[in-house]
Design a protein around this ligand. Sequence first.
Ligand code: TRP
Length: 337
Amino acid sequence: MTRQRILTGMRPTGPLHLGHYAGALENWLSLQNQYECYFLIADYQALGDHIDEIDRIRQSVWDVALDWLAVGLDPDVASFVIQSYVPEHAELTMYLSMLTPLNDLQRNPTLKAEMAQLEAARETLTLGFFNYPVSQIADILLPKAHLVPVGEDQVPHIEFTREIVRKFNRTYGNVFPEPRAKVGRVARLVGIDGRAKMSKSLNNAIHLSDGADVVRRKVKGMITDITGKHPRLKPTDPGIVENNPVFLYHDAFNTDSAELEDLKSRYRAGRVSDGEVKDRLVAVLNDFLDPIRERRARFEGRRKDVRDALLSGSQREKKLAEGTMRQVRDAMRVIYT
Ligand code: TRP
């Protein structure tokens, strides 16, 4: 029996953080043994809003690969793919962009939100960035993936992929399966500042590569009240657990549910300090990160192994991609000789 296929990916724009782990990597880890997985380092996509930061993207391709190895993704089981190693990504993006109504892109809620951020930051928005949902459809379709594990914010893109697949198949014949999205256990992790999303660009992330002291400093500085309306001045003040970033992180990473229930009930009753709840979180996160740090240290000295992993995964995907593109050109009748 052939296993169903997965494609999913990340942009190489910086070190990965706890939000990537809870929202995606944890999910990938459990899926890598059940599915034929292609994990994409989307460097074309990163160009969309980092065209003047090529060095950062190049560095980050390595950092992402190291982060993946450090959390335990296994390049002998799953394929790590560098998007630009397989230029078929660009070719399929071009064909699909002919099938994509401009209107649909303009209405895409994820794209809209990201564009608003970009415009505010630097008043530049390129056609390439605007087209990234289409390039992402090409990513998913090249290996003909059945399942796409993603964070909650990416779900509209998968819906969009399904629409384009139906249109393609209807117009040119059945070439692609309709992929499904799969959201992780923690759909979205708030930032240490309480903002909706942990993100490198907002400088509110705890990175998988942060040392123990950095984790301590970041957690100790976390806000506990997003609304700003319920300042808790002393440990005897009754506290609010719901939507409290410190407790959201406990929920995501503390596996000792008895301890967590105890902390919550004492917090509500005003019988534990913010400091103690944070100290416990520091311990929980550092325990979680320790094995990741160890594995990273091992791979850091083995750059050739990392390179081989990227190369062999990319080559595996390239074979599939070449086959898919032959079918696409055939179906669209763009062969003239
Ligand atoms: N857009 C994703 C991110 O922001 C990365 C990505 C690129 C992706 N291609 C993909 C995700 C295909 C899922 C499927 O990290």
